[in-house]
Design a protein around this ligand. Structure first.
Ligand SMILES: Cc1cc2nc3c(=O)[nH]c(=O)nc-3n(C[C@H](O)[C@H](O)[C@H](O)COP(=O)(O)OP(=O)(O)OC[C@H]3O[C@@H](n4cnc5c(N)ncnc54)[C@H](O)[C@@H]3O)c2cc1C
Length: 562
């Protein structure tokens, strides 16, 4: 079934649920009026439906491959990418000073979701470039900005992110790649990076790698890591790509999914690089890119969930089995489809709310908005991608045996989206970030958000008393669990981190569904699914939070292996 961009849901969520009007009321984003946003999303939707969605299957069937050290991309990808770049979509959120559109992240997030639904493998390329643009905007010297940003923003060049090494995955502090200062102020980068997404293409005139490496005097651990910009071709002063740099793609990985997206082992052999940000402050600079990418990856999950739901509903209407109507008439199939739709709505609302908080933080500089964005980012990443995987898996189930057979696309959604819970910081690492770094304020940002949820539930009581009561009570339970959590030792927090993050997402999702139902009665049935069927899970999740770590460590490695 062809993908249809969910424009009505975006319009409704942005206009009535997550408050894009606040963003448009700021000076920085004054151009993001409802009419402009509507036109932009319609244009992006058309591109996704007509140009990108048809590339989904060819990318799966004909993976990117390495030929004589050069990556050859899947059929049609070059044309699809050109359409993305020419539409200005790579630089949609980038600053107008260097050619970007300067639009809010809330709009970028909606566009990125549609592109992820249409063709996840290709969408990863501009997503990484967007992250690199943001990192350079914040941390690079003026000279680097002037040379690189216009090319990246126009999409002529692409950007990658090079953290991972064989011994340095989640533990980025273990990075060994070396950076030797050269006399001309640049650096010679030497080392091996693995799993590098879109490390090379045959449709970008240059590929710019942001690389974490260690200076000779760099202290051990994350405090000794610096960030370098290493282009595939060394540009001249006018930005014309010149000689080849000493960086090569050694091999491409064979993967479960995302076949259209090349994932490379990279060799840096004294490659010329430029320092971005201060020496030894590479992690802080890279975090700018990672935070952008974390929300972006969460939205990849939402995009796949949307596409998988659309395909499953269409199949369930057509497929006849066990009755005169389609299988959609069976209670269990109806349950699966309703859950898929409710979960997708929740994850989308959380991602857009996170984007609005980012925009407000940037436009106003208010620490409350910045803290809200920081709190919501790991939830948007982990919950969005978990929903992507769970919904894609249910999509396979709705298709029955056909779902397991390649060709319907249901299996590809599941294979492609699986990695989103792993890259950009595994979902376990996201949850630890939520209960660790994001609770350094003693839970203040969380409590402020829960207060808003409870106030909204109070207001909703006169219209939908049963649903409002459930949301209020769940928020109270989360508040109590948060009070317990901030008093726990870190190891105990970590043991309950994943259930805590999911409980938080459950409460947030229920809150957004309730807001939707209060605004538009037609949305009440879906809100009932989210609040009456899914929200109760929070109680079981929060029970795990209170358990701490001791019970888990009572099982020894030998017990687990027995
Ligand atoms: C398709 C693909 C594309 C990728 N693209 C890029 C890219 O473009 N650039 C890049 O730099 N990297 C990229 N990666 C790498 C990716 O970010 C890492 O795989 C990821 O960070 C996990 O690291 P790891 O694989 O070494 O797993 P490990 O770190 O070994 O983790 C294994 C398991 O242990 C858990 N774990 C590890 N440490 C802890 C801890 N302290 N506490 C609790 N649990 C822990 C993890 O959550 C996970 O479940 C990509 C990976 C893939 C598969």
């Amino acid at each position: 079934m062809p993908y249809r961009a969910p424009l009505a849901d975006f319009r409704f969520l942005l206009g009535h649920v997550v408050g894009l009007d606040q963003v448009a009321a700021t000076e920085r984003f004054a151009e993001a009026t409802p009419e402009t946003v509507e036109a932009i999303l319609a244009e992006a939707g058309k591109l996704c439906e007509e140009v990108l969605a048809p590339l989904q299957r060819p990318g799966d069937l004909h993976p990117a491959r390495l030929e004589n050290g050069v990556v050859r991309t899947s059929p049609g990808y070059a044309d699809g990418y050109r359409a993305i770049a020419e539409g200005g979509w790579v630089g949609i959120a980038a600053s107008p000073e260097h050619g970007g559109m300067g639009l809010p992240m809330a709009v970028t997030t909606a566009v990125n979701e549609m592109m992820s639904s249409a063709c996840l493998s290709l969408q990863l390329n501009p997503l990484l470039t967007q992250g690199q643009i943001e990192a350079l905007e914040h941390h690079a010297s003026d000279a680097l900005k002037a040379l690189y940003l216009p090319k990246l923003i126009s999409g002529e060049w692409s950007g990658t992110m090079n953290l991972t090494e064989p011994q340095a995955g989640s533990d980025v502090g273990a990075v060994r790649t070396r950076a030797e200062p050269l006399e001309d102020g640049t650096y010679a980068i030497t080392g091996q990076k693995i799993y590098i997404t879109w490390a090379d293409t045959d449709f970008n005139a240059n590929v710019c790698h942001l690389v974490l490496a260690r200076l000779p005097d760099g202290p051990q651990g994350t405090r000794g890591i610096s960030l370098f910009l290493v282009p595939k071709f060394l540009p001249d002063a006018e930005g014309r790509p010149g000689p080849r740099n000493a960086v090569t793609v050694v091999s491409l990985e064979e993967k479960l999914g995302l076949h259209g997206s090349p994932t490379a082992v990279m060799d840096y052999d004294g490659a010329k690089g430029w320092l971005v940000g201060a020496p030894h402050k590479g992690m802080a600079a890279m975090f700018t890119m990672m935070n952008n990418a974390r929300l972006g990856v969460g939205v990849q999950g939402v995009g796949v969930a949307e596409a998988a739901t659309q395909a499953a509903v269409a199949y369930a209407i057509e497929r006849r089995q066990g009755g005169p109507g389609g299988i959609i008439e069976h209670a269990d199939v109806r349950r699966m489809l309703a859950v898929m739709k409710a979960e997708t709505f929740s994850a989308r609302a959380i991602a857009l709310a996170c984007a609005v908080a980012l925009d407000m933080g940037r436009a106003t500089g208010q620490p409350e908005w910045q803290a809200r964005a920081a709190l919501l980012t790991p939830i948007a990443k982990a919950y969005g991608t978990d929903v992507g995987i769970e919904v894609a898996s249910m999509g396979v189930q709705v298709h029955g045996g056909t779902g397991f057979i390649e060709g319907t696309g249901a299996a590809q959604f599941l294979r492609d989206v699986r990695v989103t819970a792993i890259y950009e910081g595994t979902n376990g690492i996201q949850a630890m970030d939520l209960v660790g770094r994001k609770m350094m304020d003693g839970g203040e940002a969380a409590f402020r958000l829960l207060q808003e949820i409870e106030d909204a539930a109070e207001t909703a009581r006169h219209r939908l008393p049963d649903l409002a009561n459930d949301v209020w009570a769940a928020s109270e339970a989360l508040r109590e669990a948060t009070e317990t959590l901030v008093g726990q030792e870190m190891q105990d927090r970590f043991a309950g981190a994943v259930p805590y993050l999911r409980a938080f997402a459950r409460v947030l999702g229920a809150h957004f569904h309730l807001t939707a139902a209060v605004t538009d009665p037609a949305r009440e049935p879906l809100a009932r699914v989210a609040i009456r069927r899914l929200l109760p899970e929070h109680a079981a999740l929060l029970a795990q939070v209170r358990e701490g770590a001791a019970g888990l460590y009572a099982l020894s490695p030998e017990d687990l292996a027995a």
